[in-house]
Ligand binder design. Sequence first.
Ligand code: AMP
Length: 386
Amino acid sequence: MSRKPLPILPGAKLPILPGATLGILGGGQLGRMFTLAARTMGYKVMVLDPDAASPAGQMADVHVRADYTDSAALKQLGEACAAVTTEFENVPAASLIELAKYCRVSPGADAVAIVQDRSHEKAWLADNGFATAPFARVNAEADLDAALATTGTPALLKVSRLGYDGKGQARVGTPEEARAAFREFGGEACVLEGFVALEREISVVLARDDAGRCALFPVAENRHENGILDVSIAPARVTDSLAQEARETARAVADKLGYVGVMAVEFFIAGGRLMVNEIAPRPHNSGHYTLDACVTDQFEQQVRVLAGLPLGDTRLLSPAVMVNLLGDRWHDGGPHWDALLAHDNIKLHLYGKETARPGRKMGHFNVLDADPEAALKLAEQMRHAL
Ligand code: AMP
């Protein structure tokens, strides 16, 4: 594991102080919360996103409505901003390289290129000695039999690129099902993963600065429904030694990637052991509890690391439970906010999305309570009451 200080990223005199303009590629909810954090601290924010109604665009000083590959738009962003970051991994690495001609960019294109492709990510993890679920790359239908022999069944076939929140994933039990799923995904490159009997899922959000210093947030425990995060519990209900191992592993992943920025590492726990599931080169849904429960939240941390400021204190001030609000709840006039807001220890965050669709992340709420079990109980109650 390398602990050598890294050279400062080119393109800006650090630290970048309030008054300067920061940019973000992508205008979804993560971009919106970055924008709010940056504006709270006195920065101006420019968002690049093609969607006129983008959640982050609504909050930004300037919303450039263009595609992430539009070189004129990238130039506009790069010339106006002292530094630019991204809110999602599917920004083409080439756009980050293009932007870096004009300004400081974090995270760097190299790290994003590894993690935006599941095949590369899994291979990189294995090559660097990080435990994962058994997997095999599937580039053509002819690879499936050998892949199934590696993973066993049941297995999950996942598209390598652009899959998220359980999209582009199919559970397969036989070679025929695997072939049908591969064809359904249009014959795109995939990864086949052995289906792991999960005891729990946990994640670690961290920030790593130019000098290789890391600040890690407390470990979150995550429950998913239909492949989408449903509930996060902080601190995770795991042994101290497992929590410590998760933090050390997340840090080692960031070090090996030479990462600068905020990132998350998601883990499976199976047979009492940790396996890395995924790396996200950005703040993460499982870190939304930090908005209300930590001294510094993950979006302020993203601003700090982008601006070259010292990393903020990640201390947990209160146990917290985060519940995602998906578009599925928006029928019959929408959720009963009065029931939720009647509680003085619940914090509501809505993302300003105009159209609700099943599975679409519309917002979340955090329940804070000194007693973690009481927080979870109220969160469950509200999940059903809404
Ligand atoms: P992913 O998009 O790959 O993170 O998958 C979304 C969710 O699906 C995970 O958080 C798990 O709950 C579940 N999942 C994904 N891969 C596996 C696996 N190999 N074994 C068991 N469950 C999985």
